[in-house]
Design a protein around this ligand. Structure first.
Ligand code: NI
Length: 256
């Protein structure tokens, strides 16, 4: 069984054929899909999706790139939704210095607030970083205790940063389809990450693995990314799948 821990199924190019996409996901061995919100509106959309489709679970939160379009009131509104039975994480939150550095303080404030929510509601936090891994790790470490758990999704940090995340109990990382691209040359980071700290994700509709590059991504393509990881790590793909599944279950579905 496979868990896609990160798929934005509400994007127009995916929601327009959601039934076919979920059917292909099941055929590929996917049991559950975590859909992360980017703001209040998508948080509400995801809840409705999760009520309609058994395999969909929700992460609610405000993405760093949406901080400029949101206010603290929207986080209060999101907090009211956290008791829903299919909410299993906070996110995606984090820091993004690639698209916008004009509001870093505001991004940090939203990130810290969502970490506080994660701790208060005992939910793992799904973290987005882009050109910001160092600061994100620092904020997590500053707020770290045994009640905090989470995932650095689409990990793009260096080895030193990887080691800092590996030192945190209950924290995991995941890689996207871009690790299958020819220009990806950081196989060392994948080799350095123990299987016990790895999760599987697609980040659909973004970063489709080869041979789907240039198209929109969908959960069923996750098998290509997992195969690539097993190839790099020179490990049995079935065994790796089982490990990734149990890691995701431990982080997100312990209570379910
Ligand atoms: Ni995402």
């Amino acid at each position: 069984m496979i868990i896609d821990t990160h798929a934005h199924l509400y994007y127009p190019e995916l929601i327009s054929e959601i039934d076919e996409i979920l059917s292909r996901a099941k055929d590929s061995g996917i049991e559950r899909i975590i859909v992360p919100a980017v703001d209040l509106t998508t948080s509400e959309t995801i809840l409705k999706l999760s009520e309609k489709y058994d395999m969909i679970y929700c992460a609610l939160g405000i993405h760093p790139c949406e901080v400029k379009n949101s206010d603290m009131k929207s986080l209060d509104e999101i907090e009211k939704l956290l008791g829903h039975e299919k909410v299993i994480a906070i996110g995606e939150t984090g820091l993004d210095y690639y698209w916008d550095t004009s509001n870093i303080d505001n991004q940090k404030e939203f990130f810290s607030h969502q970490i506080r929510l994660a701790k208060a509601y005992r939910l793992p936090v799904i973290i987005h970083t882009r050109s910001s891994t160092e600061d994100a790790i620092k904020i997590i470490k500053d707020n770290y205790d045994q009640n905090l758990s989470g995932q650095f999704h689409c990990f793009s940090g260096d080895k030193e940063q990887l080691n800092k995340v590996m030192d945190l109990d209950n924290f995991y990382i995941s890689f996207c389809g871009n690790i299958t691209y020819k220009k990806f040359n950081d196989t060392d980071i994948i080799l350095s990450c123990p299987e016990s700290k790895l999760l599987s994700e697609t980040d659909s509709p973004f970063l489709p693995p080869v041979p789907y590059r240039g198209k929109r991504n969908e959960p069923s393509y996750i098998v290509n990314t997992i195969s690539k990881i097993s190839e790099i790590k020179n490990t049995d793909v079935e065994r790796l799948r089982e490990k990734l599944y149990s890691n995701a279950t431990n982080l997100f579905f312990k209570k379910i």
